[in-house]
Design a protein around this ligand. Sequence first.
Ligand code: ADP
Length: 266
Amino acid sequence: MSSTEQYLIQERPYYRPTADEVELFEAAYAARMPVMLKGPTGCGKTRFVEYMAWKLKRPLITVACNEDMTASDLVGRFLLDASGTRWQDGPLTLAARIGAICYLDEVVEARQDTTVVIHPLTDHRRTLPLDKKGELVHAHPDFQLVISYNPGYQNLLKDLKQSTKQRFGALDFGYPETAVEVDVVSHETGIDPKIAEKLVQIAHRARNLKGHGLDEGISTRLLVYAGHLIAKGIEPRAACMMTLVRPLTDDPDMRDTLDAAVATFF
Ligand code: ADP
């Protein structure tokens, strides 16, 4: 199987659009504009990119960024093997060569010296210099760079520089509106929409506590987790405790508050 085929998404991913993001992304792709998806964790950014890659029939290469990541992890490195040294492309280089959509998830986690390697790929040059190898890769015409960014986590020490931010068009993502989120949770887990609705209501309560003791509200992803446990026959309160309360906070008062919210509905 060729690299391109390997990264193609075969089955249509389930994605419920929340506004005009699909049309906007299609136009951005047609212009080969780099795109930044902004929003809290677990609100559908990754699913959206998967859906768009499928819709545009482009291979998708996803990289989960972290603070230990170096530029070599993105662009590639020389490896030693029996016959000497061998260059191995990193995921960004591979994506640029085969014309994939490259999705750098939580790019702000990566060190700044790592983020600057994407710069020449995001402007008219569309190139990627492999300094160690002495090669200048010209991106395939179908290549596109997409990054995700959670504005909630950022502080001054760890933020994308304006010189990086201003290379992207941006789409705002938030938790879907009630009816859509209920659909998502019941579709993903098979639970009754009435139960999904209760889970969404609990999330609304918790989301109001963001900034008042909680760093982040309950994500759609966690609601889907709760739904999976309920679908497996777990009693809803226990399911909510495991997926909606414990992951969010260790503060005993805050846990009581969330617990009370769960008890109102189940
Ligand atoms: P993010 O990348 O924003 O952290 P994900 O894309 O992984 O979040 O979304 C988490 C889960 O939430 C997905 O696996 C999916 O089940 C669900 N989800 C969220 N929004 C949507 C949506 N609009 N359509 C379909 N599923 C969604």
